[in-house]
Design a protein around this ligand. Structure first.
Ligand SMILES: [Zn+2]
Length: 317
């Protein structure tokens, strides 16, 4: 045996031990589940953790930077696969549409510090690019400073960043119109060309359904109406709270058929589609926000927001 190989035999166990210790130091001292473990930019991640772990919030860290944060809320007791009733805490965290693919970390925070970390991988995703030309009126809506517009934006932000105590909907969402014709997709990179020759870049926050004026718009899931009023930029608008921090938004309606504070079911009529506010033609803009962050509505149609059985199956294998 050469000196080199002997040295390697001597050092390797220590390196292995060190690596194991490093990994163990980061793992959570509690039962938990993360769904999905490989989200794409714009998708939600649901975290379940033992009710007695003391988890208060979860933060998504990419390249050392905290991108989003979500509060944990209690989930009613459910029969665990191993028998018995198991209450747990859950948080729905958004992966921003601008998040860089690669390794990321979810830090579970307590009232006083960090409980531990969960490693996830953000997978790659392509988004569409489009150019939208705005006439002088629409250019004005987007670019002219207006105290009313600022007040409306502040009000919207205060609603979307609220983390209420009520849970109304755990399952998958239903599309808000029966038509499948889409004129814009989530995450489209948009260049707005203004009538004054200037331009601006933004990311489309939801899905646009190209439906004629007067089309019935329905709630995507159970919840409470937290906003039902006219706004300068988004026209006649409705917002529903489904879970703490999880909201669906419906913009540019011709007519609103619900009032603020009302409880709605999945499929309840919210209003009729139109072209109010900043709209180049009749359409429904449907958007989902998770702790204030734009999130891909298709991810909420594809799978339940909070699949209790799957979460408990991972927590109690
Ligand atoms: Zn839109």
């Amino acid at each position: 045996m050469s000196k080199n190989i002997r040295l390697r035999f001597f050092i390797l166990p220590f390196v292995y031990l060190l690596l194991t210790l490093t990994v163990n130091a980061q793992t959570l001292p509690a039962r938990y589940a993360v769904i999905p473990e490989n989200p794409r930019p714009g998708e939600p991640v649901t975290i379940g953790i033992s009710a007695n772990a003391g988890a208060k919030s979860a933060a998504l860290i990419v390249e050392g930077k905290r991108l989003t944060r979500a509060a944990f809320f209690p989930v009613p007791a459910e029969s665990a696969p191993n028998g018995g009733q198991q209450p747990f805490m859950a948080a729905v965290l958004a992966v921003p549409a601008t998040a860089k693919p690669g390794s990321a970390v979810i830090v579970v925070e307590t009232a006083t510090g960090n409980l531990g970390e969960i490693a996830i991988t953000i997978t790659g995703r392509e988004f569409i690019s489009e150019v939208i030309e705005l006439n002088p009126v629409l250019t004005g809506i987007r670019t002219e400073p207006d105290p009313q517009k600022t007040a409306e934006a502040d009000h919207l932000w205060s609603i979307l960043n609220r983390s209420g105590a009520d849970s109304y909907h755990f399952g998958a969402f239903s599309p808000p119109v029966s038509s499948t014709r889409r004129t814009s997709f989530f995450g489209d990179r948009r260049v707005y060309k203004y009538s004054n020759g200037r331009s601006d870049v933004s990311i489309h926050a939801g899905i646009d359904y190209g439906v004629p004026k007067g089309t019935e718009v329905t709630a995507c899931g159970q919840g409470r109406v937290v906003l039902a009023r006219n706004r300068i930029v988004t026209g006649n608008s409705v917002i529903i709270e489904h879970l703490p921090g999880v909201y669906s938004l419906y913009y540019h309606l011709d007519k609103i058929e619900v009032t603020e504070g009302a409880l709605v079911d999945s499929g309840s009529l919210l209003g009729l589609s139109g072209a109010t506010g900043l709209a180049t033609g009749p359409h429904l803009h449907w958007e989902i926000r998770v702790s204030g962050e734009n999130t891909d509505p298709d991810a909420f149609i594809a799978r339940p927001i909070l699949d209790k059985e799957t979460i408990l199956g991972k927590m109690y294998p």
